[in-house]
Design a protein around this ligand. Sequence first.
Ligand code: LMR
Length: 394
Amino acid sequence: MFDRLNELPADKILALGAAFKADPRPEKIDLGVGVYKNPEGVTPIMRAVKAAEKRLWEEETTKAYVALAGDPAYADAMIALILGDAVTREHIAAIATPGGTGAVRQGFDLVKMANPDARVFVSDPTWPNHLSILKHMKMETIQYRYFDDETRGVDFGGMMEDLAQIRAGDIVLLHGCCHNPTGANLNMVEWKAVVEHLNAVGAIPMIDIAYQGFGDGLEQDAEATRFVAANCPEVLIAASCSKNFGIYRERTGLLMAVMQDASRNKITQGSLSYLNRQNYSFPPDHGAKLVTMVLTDEALRADWKKELEDTRLTMLELRQQLADELQRLTGSDRFGFIAQHRGMFSRLGTTPEMVEKLRADHAIYMVGDSRLNIAGLNQRTVPILAKAIVDCGI
Ligand code: LMR
């Protein structure tokens, strides 16, 4: 049987990490995988998470199963964090999932179960694993224009033109904030126009929100998701705690199904729990418990928010420093977009050959589509990157 398996393409983001590790050059800079690193190059365990972990170690008395949907207290805390008071609880079904990727996968699975004919519209570009998962699941996928290579902003006209093809029941995957890989985001006027269009057609938005708190702030980053949840008849929301709680390896995510017709909740919740059972049974609980403790304890929550905000501001400063440095070196504003983008990533908008040149000549690693992880930089390495960009003639 195994001889019938074909070699699969390596995940581009993860393969880059392996190539970086193998590079012996001491001055190498890793701007690949979306993991936050502090100025010392360390991905820290957040203070509040560490404190919760200690408390949990002392207080937890059993490792028996929790519930198929995960701990309801975790769902409640996360729903409040993401949706605020945009939608009341009886309109939301939710399951804990292994990370945000698990939530995305379960969301697609729910779509497939409810409507096998649904087509999924994704932004061009999007997180490559969205495409990979959809392909693996054999779901029809259509890309809509999103990024304007000239302005390095959103090509909103192109996006709406492409979304004119959607039909009732189709799914449109949107990034709640901090678009991955571009860093370019819709403004609220544009979000409203998208919602109006989807509602007019009867298409369903699915929001992937993996970077809440990394863009303009915890509340601001949730604004679009809250607006969509409050204004569309049905919405799927896949959330991740990997980045904003820094618990990448704990695999902590949540999938929400938001519906205006609350009478559908029991069956929807049952379907979500069923999908958990089929795919991996009980979702992991450790990270979910830490998140719940942090969000429901006043002191831990305040400390977490402070550390998250400091993280966000550090990334914004690095953006500004890089944009300023490039302005100084080139005498032009053409890299000003780096300071405008939000979240962990920006897309430089250069060719794979130039990305390769940065790697070969300067030991700077970024994803082939020229996505760079701002959090992989620090004040010392920003000028090195800026000079390399100019030296390569980008
Ligand atoms: C990324 O885009 O780099 C992150 O979301 C990590 C991953 O799993 O790809």
